[in-house]
Every structure is written in structure tokens, then in C-alpha cells.
Ligand binder design. Structure first.
Ligand code: KIV
Ligand code: ZN
Length: 417
């Protein structure tokens, strides 16, 4: 008997809470060019536990001996609550999931990988779209239906907590998708994951599919519908939020949105949308927002995937303001142009970036910050010099502003009385 039941007992008492399954260490590691060592995976898993994710998908144990060992290490440490403080009210420690294709060999390896965790989960994936059945599996719908049923039953003989993913759900014939999902629910799957594997669905369409599925299994009370979205058309986070708005109570996301091809839905964007628009969604997560910045930085450093400057939430420009109109607003009250607080997210308050669009108020504020005091006339002259410089280059650094001020000071000192 495993401990997976604890997870479900706690979750079923929290209908307004969205379970966050982080798949940075599995789908995220499938980003082209990314490969993490066992030690790096462990370090990220420890940070994910501090962040407060509910389930860590630690890897794909059947893929290599090293991957199996890494998942085992995470299960027996992070999955048993080692290395991070207990936090009041939180489900502790996170569940540990491993991905498995629908065959006994993969399921056995996955179970070997996750079984030491307090809340282990076997996550079985099997394609259901005709395209995948024909070209990838070379099997009929009837054969795939039988495999799904048998393999979920087998996994349930090992582990209480079994998730089933109907790969390429959004390009699967709906009636056949329902048939497969009904069969795996009867076989004991508790989480039904609906992957938009190739990032094909649009938010209204994906939300509708999730709504229909939530209605279909609502009466059972023990089935969770999960969203899993890829970003091929740039709408992975929008689709994930549409899934939540339509009843999904688990979402599968990655730190910084890394993952196969264009990546997965971003955990940080999803969680901050739920938090910032709480009156709209009315839902909670267990995420500790102060750990958002540190987690984003750690994953970027260890995977070598730099964040684009304009990335929402944790990009270098996410809290930076360049135009004079915006800077003036920010100086008067940050809420004029900011909807989140950088400091609450463990991020530096970037503030004002001085360039050719910047105004006098921002320039004055920057001078104060750098320790220079000027009366109005002198400030105006310094501002003209700054604007000349800004017109001829992309931005003006603090060192260059300091140089302008020092030049003005020496002119002041050298001026005849
Ligand atoms: O995108 C996908 O279909 C997946 C499954 C393995 C869940 O990542
Ligand atoms: Zn995926």
C-alpha cells in the first residue's frame, strides 16, 4: 500500500485549489539542447519544493539508468520532505511522479523510481489521435483502448495514484477520447491529463473540451481533469488558464515555460495570473510567491536557457520603465503601471531605465538615487546633455549619468564667483 491516498484526501477537501504539477525536470528537460545531471535535477527539485509545487514530475525513469537513479534520489529525499522546512497548512512533501509509456517495462521502472516518495505517482502516456495511432503506434483504436485499460490496471496494482495522459488529445476524435478516458477511469486512473501535445488548440476550444470532461466525470467526485499545453502558437499559458476557468484542477507547467519545441505553459505566468486576478478566478495555489525569482534564475542557470528580456514576470524588463510618461506615473505611484510587486516575487525592483523617451522627473529621481543634488537650472542643463547622449545611443548607463553630473559639478566649481 502506498501513501498516494493522503494526497487525494487533502485535495478533495480543497475544491478551490489548483494542483500545480511541475514538469520542468521531465518535459522541460526535453527542451532541445538541455540535459541536466542528477545533482542538478536534485537541486531544482529541492527548489521546486521550496516554491511549493504539489507534484514534481521528476523524469522518465525508463529512458536511462542515470534518469532512473536521479528520480529515485529525488523520491527518497525531496519526496520524503528532506531538505526544506515544513510550512504550515501545506501538503508536505510534494508528490513525486515519473512518466511512463503504456507498457509493463516502463511502468516497472517508473515505480522503481518513485516508490520511495511519500506520495508517489505513475503517469502513463498513450497517444489517442488517429495521426499518432496510424504513423507512430501502427495500431487500431480498439488495440489502443485495450492497452490503455490493461496498463492503467497494472499500474494501479502497484500505486494508488495513477495519472493517464491521452497524448495529442486535442487532435483526437472526441467520442474515441471519451471512450478511452472512461476505460482508464474504470481501471483506476484518478487524474486525466488532456495534453495539447502540439500546441494546436485555441483557448476557447481547449476550455470547451475541458468543460465537457469536467461535466462528464463530476458525479464521480474522485477524478481530476488536468491541463497540459504546449506553446507552438504562443497560447500555452492562455490555454492553461482557459482549462482552469473551465474546471481543470490540475495543470502541468514548467519554470520559465521551457519544454519541447516552443516550450510548455509557464508555471510563473499561470500562478501569477491566478493570484493577480483572484477576484476573477477565485482559486488558490500552494505556491510561495517569494520563491518565484530564485526558482526562475536557478532553472535558467542550470539549463543554460537564458530568459528573453521581455519575458512576463521574471524577464529583465518585466518591471523596468523607459518612457517619460510611464516613469512619471511610477514615481508618483507604482500601481499606475505595475500590477504585481517585484519585491514580493523575490525579484530586484528594476525601476527606471533612462533612454531617449525618459522624462525630467525620472532623470531627477535617478540623480537623487545616485547621490547628486542640483538646483533646477543646473538640472535642466544636465538633462539637455543627457538627452543629446540618449539620442545618439540606445540607452544611457548609470556610469554615463554619473559622468554628466561630475562634469557639471566640476564646471560649477571652476566657474568664477
Ligand atoms: O505533451 C505531451 O503530450 C506530454 C505527455 C507526455 C503528457 O508531455
Ligand atoms: Zn508535453
Amino acid at each position: 500500500m502506498t501513501m498516494g491516498k493522503d494526497f487525494w484526501e487533502i485535495r478533495s477537501k480543497e475544491p478551490d485549489r489548483v494542483t500545480i504539477l511541475d514538469t520542468t525536470l521531465r518535459d522541460g528537460e526535453q527542451s532541445p539542447g538541455v540535459s541536466l545531471t542528477g545533482a542538478e535535477k536534485l537541486e531544482i527539485a529541492q527548489q521546486l519544493a521550496r516554491l511549493g509545487v504539489d507534484v514534481i514530475e521528476a523524469g522518465f525513469p525508463a529512458s536511462s539508468a542515470g534518469e532512473l537513479a536521479a528520480v529515485q534520489r529525488i523520491a527518497e529525499t525531496v519526496g520524503r520532505g528532506q531538505g526544506h522546512a515544513q510550512r504550515g497548512g501545506r501538503l508536505e512533501p510534494p508528490g513525486i511522479a515519473g512518466l511512463s509509456r503504456a507498457n509493463r517495462h516502463d511502468i516497472d521502472k517508473t515505480w522503481e523510481g518513485v516508490r520511495a516518495a511519500k506520495c508517489p505517482r505513475i503517469h502513463i502516456v498513450l497517444p489517442t489521435s488517429d495521426i499518432h495511432l496510424k504513423y507512430k503506434l501502427e495500431k487500431t483504436r480498439a488495440q489502443v483502448l485495450q492497452i490503455a485499460r490493461d496498463m492503467v490496471s497494472y499500474a494501479r496494482s502497484l500505486c494508488d495514484d495513477v495519472e493517464f495522459s491521452a497524448e495529442d488529445s486535442t487532435r483526437t476524435d472526441r467520442d474515441y477520447l471519451f471512450e478511452v478516458l472512461d476505460a482508464v477511469v474504470d481501471a483506476g486512473a484518478r487524474t486525466l491529463n488532456i495534453p495539447d501535445t502540439v500546441g494546436y488548440a485555441m483557448p476557447a476550444e481547449y476550455g470547451d473540451l475541458i468543460r465537457v470532461l469536467c461535466e462528464r466525470y463530476a458525479a464521480r467526485g474522485d477524478v481530476v481533469i488536468s491541463g497540459h499545453c504546449h506553446d507552438d502558437l504562443g497560447v500555452a499559458t492562455a490555454n492553461t488558464l482557459a482549462a482552469i476557468a473551465n474546471g481543470a484542477r490540475q495543470v502541468e507547467v514548467t519554470i520559465n515555460g521551457i519544454g519541447e519545441r516552443a516550450g510548455n505553459a509557464c508555471l510563473l505566468e499561470t500562478v501569477m495570473a491566478l493570484h493577480t486576478r483572484k477576484p476573477f478566478y477565485g482559486l488558490e495555489t500552494g505556491i510561495d510567491r517569494h520563491e518565484i525569482g530564485p526558482t526562475s534564475r536557478l532553472v535558467s542557470t542550470l539549463t543554460g536557457m537564458a530568459l528573453q528580456a521581455n519575458k512576463a514576470i521574471t524577464g529583465a524588463n518585466a518591471f523596468a520603465h523607459e518612457s517619460g510618461i510611464h516613469q512619471d506615473g511610477i514615481l508618483k505611484n507604482r500601481s499606475t503601471y505595475e500590477i504585481m510587486e517585484a519585491s514580493e516575487l523575490g525579484l530586484d525592483q528594476t525601476g527606471l531605465v533612462l533612454g531617449k523617451h525618459s522624462g525630467r522627473n525620472a532623470f531627477r529621481a535617478k540623480l537623487r538615487e545616485l547621490g547628486f543634488a542640483m538646483e533646477d537650472g543646473e538640472l535642466n542643463r544636465a538633462f539637455v546633455r543627457f538627452k543629446d547622449m540618449a539620442d545618439s545611443q540606445k540607452s544611457v548607463s548609470e556610469a554615463e549619468i554619473r559622468a554628466i553630473c561630475e562634469m557639471m559639478e566640476s564646471e560649477r566649481e571652476g566657474a568664477p564667483l
